[in-house]
Design a protein around this ligand. Structure first.
Ligand SMILES: Nc1ncnc2c1ncn2[C@@H]1O[C@H](COP(=O)(O)OP(=O)(O)O)[C@@H](O)[C@H]1O
Ligand SMILES: [Mg+2]
Length: 259
């Protein structure tokens, strides 16, 4: 099977205060199949956001290649969609106007986009809030609306950068369930960045562990547990232990490099 997304030798440097450039990412290679849910995890500052931005076409001047459906992509496009920690909804538009925005840009007739937006809002449990404004929603609801907007734009791959980082523990669990259900239902390919090892194991088919800066792929862990996963099962706990140890190793390195 041809991969949905391929990253080939991605290296990214930033200019820094001293003469030496900061190497954010070093030779990242990764390949993601259709409908896969892949999670990226690694210490703070290892280049996770930079990597998603490169895939989204929001960073230039990097080495290597991003290949989506066999074609090299270098600029942003409707085939990729990024959802960040702070749900980016347009504050002057209602929830439904936010969700239908991508289709409005494509010139889809109003009645059609309204119907489809309502379906996505129903899918994320927000149909009663279709005509509310973002400021009237809780953090979890805004994140759900952002997810509905992302799915509505029907990207080939959905990129999620710590999407639940700002939510309380219970809302976060609810949203993980929600996201998994949506991804399973829509068969979308997703690449998600998280700090939470538990979230990574609960959601993903594969976990990519990135090293302390410069970010390289340290290890790829396949998660073969059936859904819905039990966070307290011995298999779950065993994977959690293995990944925790790998990340702790990298966090220690980060600390040492910063002294
Ligand atoms: N625009 C920028 N200019 C200079 N350095 C940057 C820029 N963006 C990110 N960095 C640096 O690159 C590294 C990786 O950043 P980032 O991708 O945000 O990490 P993560 O999301 O894993 O925490 C960090 O050291 C950060 O300070
Ligand atoms: Mg980040």
């Amino acid at each position: 099977m041809k991969p949905k997304l391929e990253l080939r030798d991605i290296t990214k440097m930033f200019a820094s205060d001293n003469e030496r450039p900061l190497i954010a990412l070093n030779d990242i290679n990764l390949s993601i199949n259709e409908s896969d849910v892949v999670v990226i995890i690694g210490p703070s500052g290892c280049g996770k956001t930079t990597l998603l931005k490169i895939i989204a076409g929001l960073e230039n001047s990097y080495k290597g290649e991003v290949i989506l459906e066999g074609k090299s992509v270098k600029a942003p496009g409707p085939d990729r969609c990024m959802v960040s920690q702070m749900a980016t909804l347009l504050p002057w538009r209602t929830v439904i106007q936010n969700v239908e925005f991508s289709k409005e840009l494509l010139g889809i007739p109003k009645a059609d986009r309204k119907k489809e937006s309502l379906e996505y809002l129903k899918l994320v449990g927000l149909e009663q809030f279709a005509f509310s404004y973002p400021f009237e929603l809780s953090g979890g609801m805004r994140q759900r609306a952002a997810l509905a907007a992302a799915l509505m734009s029907d990207p080939e791959i959905i990129l999620l950068d710590e999407p639940f980082g700002a939510l309380d523990a219970q809302t976060r669990k609810d949203m993980q369930e929600e996201l998994l259900r949506l991804l399973q239902r829509t068969k979308k390919t997703a690449l998600l960045v998280t700090h939470s090892i538990e979230e990574a194991i609960w959601l993903s088919d594969r976990i990519v562990i990135i090293t302390a800066r410069p970010g390289r792929v340290k290890e790829v862990v396949q998660v073969n547990l059936p859904h819905p996963r039990n966070r307290t099962s011995s298999e779950f706990i065993e994977i959690r232990k293995v990944i925790s140890e790998m990340i702790e190793e990298e966090v220690k390195l980060t600390k040492r490099n910063h002294v």
